[in-house]
Ligand binder design. Sequence first.
Ligand SMILES: *Cc1c(COP(=O)(O)O)cnc(C)c1O
Length: 463
Amino acid sequence: MRYVSTRGNAPVLSFEEAMLTGLARDGGLYVPETIPAFTPEEIAALAGLSYEEAAFRVMRPFTGDAFTDEEFRGIIARAYDGFGHAARAPLVQLGPNHFLCELFHGPTLAFKDFAMQLIGQMFETALKRRGDRVTIVGATSGDTGSAAIEAFGGLDAVDVFIMYPHGRVSEVQRRQMTTPAAANVHALAIEGDFDDCQARLKDMFNHFEFRDRVRLAGVNSINWARVLAQVVYYFTSAVALGAPARKVSFTVPTGNFGDIFAGYIAKRMGLPIDRLVIATNQNDILHRTIATGAHRKTGVTPSISPSMDIQVSSNFERALFDAYDRDGAAVARLMEELASEGGFEVSQGVLARLRDIFASGRADEEETAAQIAATYAATGEVLCPHSAVGVKVAGEHLDPAVPMITLATAHPAKFPDAVEAAIGMRPPLPKRMADLYDRSERVLPVANDLAVLEETIEGLIFA
Ligand SMILES: *Cc1c(COP(=O)(O)O)cnc(C)c1O
């Protein structure tokens, strides 16, 4: 299995190389050269398996010769061992034909743990074999950073730096990033918003001297291995509800298009997904794109679902690559226009293709809070604000003939203020992290400036 860049102008890489590289050298994102297809029999055979065994079968065709089967089974077992639920991604029913897939039972209470725990183990295995060491730099709107720090803390062959927007993450998110004691992990509080963090990360990857000197590696949702890890729960949840004999639909709260792109891959692999519904908060560039064909940045407006407060939706580039028949030059032109003009318009043909696969909707702040209250009243399930955005939008796309699965992306205790404002009750942290508020923090504020950031990172690595 080989990986190519969405901008068509970077070296073709193996799975392991693409994983360790992150962003391609032409500024594009790596995607598999071909998407392996599963037969209905292979999909049906996933029924009843452990999450780990299903994960092995779904991901194995993508990893090439990176790991032996035994190594890969060990990686998966270690990745999901620390989850607080035996099913890993359990389903609960919200109403007639509407299900919630709970993706918040990992160590940092958000779905990011599914991918980050896996690639932590993959990096460790690959780097140890190579006798190599890398510097991981990531940008986070909150949940990626804590998941990465949790997954990579204490590993031998990596230093980890996570940039988060100062003052714009929840207290639980911040504490999950600033309290781990491992010496190889550092949270950097950037004076800016998430798009600034993401832009500085891209700048670092495009500064080849720095990139080579520190052996920079990325674990943002642009990393193909993360997308791959997220494909698994589409299969396990669809099969639990009767796939491949029965179609299912998914609604996915998204900002960076990472999680929903994994659903798109599952569909391309043969999983009978009827609709993939994009659910955004008031930062709705993706919803506007599907509604109008114009992909245009506006400012980021902070919301009660901060992990989706994004206007630069990195992974959307991967969907565009396919929608443009894998024409890397066309994608590169669109991305240049996005950078210089703040947006672009897709052709009518491309818009039709996108709408063939994706539907969309948005929830504003009041609608999000109202959905938390309504779901609690109707079912007793307490939603985090991101999941509530999903449930609200899913409600507009229910079809009595096709089960709808909404992805619940975080535990409500990660966003206690928003939840308390909606239902008058503060959701408690699970027992295993009940002392989070008592642990001491290390906060390191840094200017939103490439040179200052690079100096800070090198200072800490080579200290
Ligand atoms: C990261 C995150 C999202 C958005 O994920 P995408 O990568 O943008 O699809 C949604 N909800 C929560 C809780 C998150 O942490």
